[in-house]
Design a protein around this ligand. Structure first.
Ligand code: HEC
Ligand code: HEC
Length: 329
């Protein structure tokens, strides 16, 4: 009996030491990302102009990192406080923690080095090496052309500083630990030539994070196999839940019958001040969408056409869903 008791005590001690060891390892050695690179991004007018296009209309940095007004269909941004931060992606919306999009203006990033901003965008850690949750789509930004990221950094440096302190993000255990395993070193690529329409379209779809909203995920956050771009994810808008659409080329339930013109026009109508989508004031509970139509509508036609060309090469998936459900809040 005595011996068994001793063996038991030893096993328990070893187990505790192992658990403590794993926790210590995760907390100190992870996230396993390299130091921020030595980098000095030149603030040339070309870079700033290109970065403005990418950050606002392709990568949509400012969509998540600015105040959104949902009183108009497909929300408008507060242009006077671009990059102010503060949007909550929280437990109440089904996220595994409370994650606040941070202030991207020089008020917050002013004392970060270019390398620290680069690493944050492409690896998912802040200037102190602390992990971010991948609502911030860094796994996509880890696959793009470094030149795009330099352009975006140059543009961020020119944003009007907005004195706004954003709360710290937080996640309950065990997500607080799991998160530390998520950031990785980027695997950057070069941008395909525009003449290779489909490869270029695929590149833009990655940069614009279309799949993050259009590919449904399981309870553990993994993408559902065979459901790439098939839609059906829930998004909260004031007074309702909107589901992302099926954008595979399935003829019945996706966009298989859409012409290139119709696809481009669906975006470009948001640029036309006389179009009815721009002249509706909505009340909460009326059909509304979180699809960032207004920002993407400013993409140039070549870029939208390339996106169309790539989407048409996807495997068609049949998937229907009710687009909008009003919710009493
Ligand atoms: C889908 C929404 C979304 C998009 C798009 C997005 N972000 Fe973020 N970003 C977030 C959230 C949420 C956080 C906070 C993450 C956390 O705390 O875990 C964040 C954090 C950051 C941080 C860390 C700042 C700090 O003070 O810690 C930087 C820098 C950043 N984002 C830059 C960008 C840039 C640049 C882009 C575009 C290339 C971008 N983000 C696109 C949601 C987004
Ligand atoms: C923040 C989430 C979000 C992102 C990012 C997003 N979408 Fe959407 N999208 C939606 C939602 C929600 C809908 C359904 C409501 C609507 O039509 O506005 C939708 C609808 C659409 C539709 C309409 C399809 C139909 O049958 O009416 C198209 C086309 C589309 N998205 C293409 C794209 C492309 C291309 C991208 C990337 C460039 C993209 N979306 C990125 C959320 C998103």
């Amino acid at each position: 009996m005595k011996l068994i008791g001793k063996i038991f005590a030893v096993i328990v001690t070893v187990l505790i030491l192992m658990i403590v060891g794993v926790i210590a390892y995760v907390n100190t050695a992870l996230p396993a990302v390299e130091n921020a690179p030595e980098l000095s991004v030149e603030l040339s007018p070309e870079r700033i102009e290109r970065g403005k296009y990418l950050a606002n209309y392709v990568y949509l940095c400012t969509d998540c990192h600015s105040d959104r007004n949902y009183a108009q269909f497909a929300h408008v941004l507060d242009e006077n406080n671009l990059g102010k931060g503060g949007n909550l992606f929280g437990l109440e919306h089904g996220f595994p923690g409370d994650f606040y999009a941070k202030n991207l203006t020089p008020y917050n990033l002013g004392d970060w080095t270019d390398g620290e901003i680069y690493r944050a965008i492409t690896s998912g850690v802040d200037n102190e090496g602390e992990p971010m949750f991948p609502i911030m789509p860094y796994p996509n930004y880890a696959q793009v052309d470094p030149e795009d990221i330099y352009d975006i950094i140059a543009y961020l440096r020119t944003l009007e500083p907005v004195a706004h302190d954003v709360p710290e993000s937080s996640a309950p255990f065990p997500m607080s630990m799991i998160m530390r395993t998520m950031p990785t070193n980027p695997q950057m690529n070069s941008k395909p030539d525009l003449s290779d329409n489909i490869a270029y379209g695929k590149y833009l779809v990655t940069a614009a994070s279309c799949a993050d909203c259009h590919t449904p995920i399981d309870e553990r956050g993994g993408r559902l196999p065979g459901m790439d771009f098939a839609g059906g994810m829930d998004f909260h808008v004031p007074g309702g839940l909107v589901k992302s659409a099926n954008i595979t080329p399935d003829p019945k339930t996706g966009i298989g019958t859409w012409s290139e013109e119709a696809f481009v026009a669906a975006f470009k109508r948001f640029e036309d001040p006389n179009h009815e989508v721009n002249n509706r004031q909505l009340t909460p509970g009326e059909y509304n969408t979180s699809m960032p139509w207004r920002l993407y509508s400013k993409m140039n036609e070549e870029d939208l056409s390339a996106i169309y060309a790539y989407l048409q090469t996807l495997t068609p998936v049949s998937n229907t869903m009710e687009r909008f459900v009003a919710v009493n809040e």
